[in-house]
Design a protein around this ligand. Structure first.
Ligand code: ADQ
Length: 456
């Protein structure tokens, strides 16, 4: 493979940002093959942005550009996060359709493409990431690039009926078909996209990953993203993890820990999860005083109104549950609106008896995989996983729930608390095997092999 050219909204220009799964995978690919990473600098300027900042780190070239206030608003806050994000997570009710936001979204895709094209060389492969850049392939083609371009969508792709709520759905779908390889997190997402194309544009699905549509032949596949499984396993027995385990252990005072770890986002199903916790204490009184639920949820996108509303809703629900069920020496539901170091999180996962991963929709959900890798093999915890997380396709040995059915979630928490050590070990062993085998390197390789095949 020649050079890899990565494009994503956020880059790992700052070494501390290389801890996350995606950043690690892209960074490893770029350092292995040499290449360039294009994206946003993280800075917002009043009007015209200066020339992009270009620098090299460990042989990887970064080209990052500032956004103007108008770009940051129309492209990022509005179209990406208030139109695409809700619709792709099946929340048409939360989408806001502004007059000019799509134009700004398209203009930013075009501007970044114009920074990329002059730097491309024959033999390069381009890898575009996520919902900010759905149109990038089209602009790269218009700029004259005929080589391979891969695209990976980290969030779900909705069913065609939902996708069509997006006024610009056809324009977006046509642009997506300019990519050579289109990657989705799950078979569900892939088949949603393919169904949209076959139902509306007579696409031909030849059954082994190739789709013929708009006079082109493209590869469309599911590539479920993984984590750095071995590194996470080690993180869970690091000194920092042990300190975190023992700190929360003091708070628990022998009670069992039910843990949730999510970015505070309406796709994560936190209000429903809190309701399920209320039902647990209501319908399963044996758990009162014996179980402590801790939800870690750092606020995100707090400039967006829906996220501020969610925060208020969670504060109220937690207050009510603690008011109804708490006692002098027991806080039933603790919710911590802050983020923790990965090793600390690993220590919390390890001590948890149950991890609640109950999004209403999620592309993959890496917390589920991190929880599995952090377990003590002699006393593993139980993963409760939403059927609407991409991870459910791979992790079928978790206890799978419908997050809307809050009574069933409560019942499943109780079942997890009561589960025998033997069953916990058996389920966890199978989950661990999957997470190890299909880790982040497996994901990267699977995608890049397909992209490479396009070059051949
Ligand atoms: P996210 O929506 O951000 O990612 P997720 O996959 O769960 O969701 O990843 C969250 C990451 O943030 C995990 O690595 C987790 O450890 C970390 N994190 C969460 N809460 C934290 C806290 N309090 N402190 C510190 N770290 C915390 C998007 C898609 C997902 C998809 C990923 C990767 O929405 O569906 O799995 O991209 O493709």
């Amino acid at each position: 493979m020649g050079r890899l050219i990565a494009i994503s909204n956020r880059t790992a220009a700052d070494a501390s940002a290389r801890a996350g799964g995606l950043a690690v995978a892209v960074w490893e690919s770029l350092t292995a093959t040499g290449g360039i990473w294009f994206g946003w600098s993280g800075n917002i300027v009043k009007d015209t942005p200066a020339a992009p900042d270009v620098f090299t780190d460990e042989g990887v070239e970064f080209v990052v550009t500032d956004f103007t206030e108008a770009e940051h608003d129309g492209f990022y806050l509005q179209f990406a996060n208030r139109v695409i994000w809700p619709i792709f997570h099946y929340r048409v009710d939360l989408a806001h359709f502004g007059n000019t936001d799509f134009e700004t979204y398209a203009a930013v895709n075009e501007r970044i493409a114009s920074l990329v094209v002059p730097r491309l060389e024959k033999g390069d492969s381009v890898w575009v990431h996520d919902y900010h850049f759905l149109l990038m392939g089209d602009y790269l083609r218009r700029g004259g690039w005929t080589g391979p371009i891969g695209f990976f969508l980290h969030i779900p792709f909705p069913s065609p009926e939902i996708f069509k709520a997006l006024p610009e759905h056809e324009q977006i779908a046509r642009a997506m078909c300019e990519y050579s390889v289109l990657g989705f997190q799950s078979e569900t997402d892939r088949s949603n996209f393919v169904r949209y194309l076959t139902e509306n544009y007579d696409a031909i699905d030849d059954g082994d990953g190739w789709i013929g549509v708009f006079g082109r032949r493209i590869r469309v596949n599911a590539y479920p993203i993984g984590i750095q499984a071995d590194a996470f396993e080690k993180a869970a027995i690091s000194a920092r993890a042990k300190t975190a385990s023992s700190r929360i252990g003091k708070f628990l005072g022998g009670r069992q820990l039910v843990l949730g770890v999510d970015r505070m986002d309406y796709s994560k199903g936190l209000p429903q999860r809190f309701e399920a916790v209320g039902k647990l204490f209501d319908h399963f009184p044996a758990t009162r005083g014996k179980v402590s639920v801790t939800q870690i949820a750092p606020p995100s996108r707090s400039k967006v109104e829906e996220y501020r509303d969610l925060r208020i809703q969670l504060d109220e629900l937690a207050g009510r549950i603690n008011g109804d069920y708490g006692d002098l020496d027991w806080i039933p539901l603790r919710y911590l609106a802050r983020s923790y170091d990965r090793r600390e999180l690993a220590g919390l996962y390890r001590i948890a008896r149950i991890c609640l991963v109950t999004p209403l929709r999620d592309g993959m959900n890496l917390v589920a995989k991190e929880f599995v890798m952090a377990q003590d093999p002699e006393d593993p915890g139980v993963l409760i996983l939403s059927e609407f997380a991409g991870a459910a396709e791979q992790l079928s040995d978790a206890l799978i729930v419908n997050p809307h059915d809050t009574y069933h979630v409560a019942e499943t928490i109780y079942r997890g608390l009561e589960m025998s050590l033997e069953e916990r070990k058996e389920r966890w062993g199978k989950l661990r095997r999957t997470v190890v085998e299909q880790d982040i390197s497996w994901w990267r390789q699977k995608f890049l092999d397909d992209l490479d095949a396009d070059l051949a």
